[in-house]
Design a protein around this ligand. Structure first.
Ligand SMILES: [Zn+2]
Ligand SMILES: [Zn+2]
Length: 424
């Protein structure tokens, strides 16, 4: 968190373009209190326009208020200049804000993960442990997507019914149909797609029907089968109301990319999945896969094929483990209700985030939302994270057997929502 956010109460931080809004800056401790013998002034500076002018502030009861009417969607800064000893000495403190157009003003940034594992497949920890750690790291929603297994995600959903929380836990699974090397995620679907292909006869019959229905003559028999099998998965995920993800095609495995180039092109041309897993699941030594996925996605966009994206961790452990919280998605939606998240993703209001600790974050998505997301990551999410941390800690205690912790979890409810109410 920035020093300013520790020392001052600053609100709102997101404003509506064209509206006059009063911004409040309240020092929280006496070391930052506005002092009688100091002179204070502010400048207002816009990122997109070079505009930088002094702006009038009111100081009353130790609180500064400033009225602003931003004219275009962009970040702006209020710079506080504090001078004393006849201006011989001075300090500067920067406060950042964002003005958005009316159409996205009611949206909020929600942090989520769409693809991760527990010890119910090849991960390290129990489903509820994983879930509580996600909340502790400031996630608003997630789904456990164990290999070939939907039940562990339901186990989390059921366990969380004991807690009064706004943290959203959705069902999910990584779907691996027989003889199909492509990985796909079922996020939020109402039933297990893995269960369906256990009925091999029915599955093989339906895949054959898809092969006959589609023109896949440019593919060899192997890839033809894989494509039809994945299309079968996407159809079933859609039937269950879930979001289907086309996962990590440039993952290097057994000396080749997980998916052949011809097959990747077929996926992009036909667009029968909902969102592309743009970044995630790779160790720092394997950055190539993510870079290739980003480059490949940009190439499609240049051709006019603008594909919705998500960032996922594909984490297999949350405690002192790599991958967890490295890659995730910021979804700009009114709420974390599944329908709102889905609508946001399909309408490309999701930003894939690469944010490894002690590195500079890299964001991918639509320019408008990437720009806004950088602001949110810097100015909003650290405050949001602080609100989730205690709640996640109490969830861990609850699942470890301390039933009293449920009361603390309940007390934390709405902390994020209240913060967002204040900041917008
Ligand atoms: Zn996978
Ligand atoms: Zn996975």
């Amino acid at each position: 968190m920035k020093k300013q956010d520790h020392f001052y109460d600053i609100y709102p931080k997101v404003l509506k373009v064209g509206a006059t809004t009063t911004i409040t800056i309240r020092p929280l401790y006496d070391h930052v209190a506005f002092k009688e013998d100091h002179e204070y002034s502010f400048t207002y500076a816009e990122r997109d326009t070079y505009k930088k002018n002094p702006i009038e502030a009111k100081f009353e009861n130790g609180i500064a208020t400033i009225q602003v009417t931003p004219q275009t969607e962009q970040e702006f800064t209020l710079l506080l200049i504090d001078s004393w000893n006849n201006k011989e000495r001075s300090t500067k403190t920067e406060f950042c804000f964002y003005a958005v157009e009316e159409d996205i003003f009611d949206l909020r940034p929600w942090k989520g993960d769409f693809h991760l594992h527990s010890c119910r497949s090849d991960g390290q920890e129990s489903p509820v442990y994983v879930a509580a750690n996600y909340r502790k790291e400031g996630f608003d929603f997630f789904a456990l997507t164990d290999h070939r297994r939907y039940e562990p995600s339901v186990e989390v959903v059921e366990a969380f019914k004991q807690l009064d929380t706004n943290f959203k836990v959705f069902p999910g699974e990584e779907v691996h149909p027989p003889r199909n090397i492509v990985h796909q995620v079922n996020f939020g679907g109402a039933f297990s797609v893995n269960k369906l292909h256990e009925n091999t006869e029915q599955y093989e019959k339906e895949v054959q029907e898809i092969i006959e229905e589609l023109d896949l003559s440019h593919l060899d028999e192997h890839d033809k089968y894989c494509y039809a099998s994945s299309r079968w998965c996407f159809d079933k995920i859609r039937e269950g109301g879930g979001i289907s993800l086309f996962c990590h095609p440039y993952w290097i495995w057994d000396d080749h990319f997980n998916v052949s180039e011809k097959l990747i092109q077929t996926f992009f041309d036909r667009r029968e999945f909902d969102a592309f897993e743009l970044i995630g699941g790779f160790y720092v030594t394997q950055a190539e896969a993510n870079s290739l996925q980003v480059a490949r996605w940009n190439e499609e966009r240049a051709k006019g094929n603008d594909i919705p994206v998500v960032g996922v961790s594909d984490s297999h452990g949350t405690q002192n483990a790599a991958l967890f919280n490295w890659y995730y998605t910021l979804v700009f939606a009114p709420t974390t209700d599944f329908a709102d998240l889905k609508d946001a993703i399909l309408n490309k209001r999701s930003v894939a985030v690469h944010n490894i600790a002690n590195e500079s974050p890299q964001l991918h998505g639509q320019f408008r939302f990437v720009k806004y997301a950088y602001f949110c990551l810097r100015e909003i999410l650290p405050l949001h994270h602080a609100e989730c941390q205690e709640e996640g800690r109490q969830m861990l205690k609850f699942f470890a057997g301390d039933k009293n912790a449920a009361n603390f979890v309940a007390l934390c409810k709405n902390r994020v929502e209240d913060l967002y109410k204040k900041l917008w």
